[in-house]
Ligand binder design. Sequence first.
Ligand code: ADP
Ligand code: MG
Ligand code: ZN
Length: 581
Amino acid sequence: MKKIKNKFIIIPILTSILSLCMLLFMNYSNSSVPYKSYISFQKDVSKKIVSTVYMTDSSQIRVKLKNGSIYDTDNPRTPNAKEVLLNDGISVSEQYTVNNRQAYPTAILIISIMTAVFMALKFSNKSSKKIVSLDSLDASAIEDSNCNFKSVAGNEEAKESVQDIVDFLKNPKKYASYGARMPKGILLFGEPGTGKTLLARAIAGEAEVPFYAVSGSDFVQVYVGVGASRIRQLFKKAKSNKSGKAVIFIDEIDAIGKKRDGSGSTGGSDERDQTLNALLTEMSGFNEKEGIVIIAATNRLDMLDPALLRPGRFDRHIEVTLPDVSSREKIISLHLKNKPVDNIDVHEWAQKTSYFSGAKIESLINEAAILACKEDSTYIENKHIDKAFSIVLTGYEKKDRDYIKDIDKRITAYHEVGHALVSSKVLPNEKISKITIIPSTKGAGGYTLSIPEDKLYQNKDYLRKRIMVLLGGRAAEEVIFGADYVTTGAYNDLQHSTNIAFKMVTQYGMGNTLGLLNMRELSDLNINQNEIIKECKCLTDSIYNDVKNILIENRHCLKATVQLLMEKETLFSNDLKNLFN
Ligand code: ADP
Ligand code: MG
Ligand code: ZN
């Protein structure tokens, strides 16, 4: 609508240009009137061939002869000039007819310019209003059933965790009839480029509901209150669509939901608070039956304000991880689909692209397609991906993990398998659900996810075994690579194990130095801390030796598992069960 109106400004501009052309043309034809001296004019007068003289105030007057020709001559400016001419039988006109002819285009020109200026002012008014306007947020619904779970390769766990949301969006009444409360907010977190936005769109596409996407940074405005109002507007818009169901996606939610630091608030953070509060109010304002789900995404879960994560808000947290080998293979195949490819070993490329995010794989394939196109090659071939690979690698900063050398991967693998193997030997009842060498927010190099048994009490033996599992990573490094080549990767493990050992000796009454005494209660006394540290060290040392022995005994199993982990990058409990028994 507004665009059509915008076009009308063309009309006054056109008319003004036309009238300007006319004026110029007239002036040109004006100036082509010949000039004759006053003397020759007087001769013409005496010859009685002059028909009309056009008198004006300007320096020249125009003369029309009886034969129709026109010329200009100097204005004598004598007071009786007119009388003289009239006496000679020459008609005298005091109106400059040529000027008369110019009056029309001049008027049109002036009117057109005024209209154009007026219209331009009105538009600029409108568009400047748009920036300030509280209710114009560009969150138009996208209904894109082309984007569904098929467009997301890999990420199986994440897809599984949102399956019920999709069901709910398809049929909210069914869930309501069971009295089931759906999570209102889902938080997707994970490294950039892992496909969080994609997954959110896929959820909407899969459920066939409109998708409203905004970014947290859109709400960070100069004017206080604008962000909050935009939030309200967004929800209103989503609720008022015809199906009443919607997915609202807030990307980069950390921009509005950053942890509030206690230090005095500045203007900017005031604004953010208002926006955040508006979001929380809106979220509690609609009920679960309505079929609206809010999905937020962030790269950093730990940066978020805990208020956002409470039940009834974003209470389901789904990690979107970097893809492992098999997922990468799927992503590569997906992006190669519908492209002319020849002889590309997808499996091999999946191996080579460890630590690549989905977005990076996408750009790798795209780069290869561009190269193939540049060469006018019929197909995208291996060599194109090869070239693209180095482009993509150098295109990103060095600190990126793509350059992690094989040896680093190997160390991580030994470290993680060390944890898992020790765990399976000393705590066979604890299920190890997953080990991976793909970094995640849970661990820098990789991580081992084990599900501890439920226990009311933790006995001394159990605590010892916990320390054993924690030391398993470092011990594996030492057993395989030698004491001089252990890494900093065990930093976190050692923190935990030290904590447990210290508590055993000083708080749980499981040590010798203090016996059953609790160190905290004795804090006023001057007790010998060295003794306590010595005992903790002895305890840990002896546990460490046991751990190393376990690993040495199971060296073959350790190596075989590492071999497989290097290949697959992620191992699940099934793989491990076979390997460890
Ligand atoms: P994020 O929001 O996590 O930063 P995006 O969803 O914006 O990541 O991903 C960017 C692009 O990377 C997507 O548009 C898609 O082309 C590609 N991509 C990422 N992950 C996947 C995946 N699992 N399957 C297919 N493509 C993916
Ligand atoms: Mg994104
Ligand atoms: Zn570890």
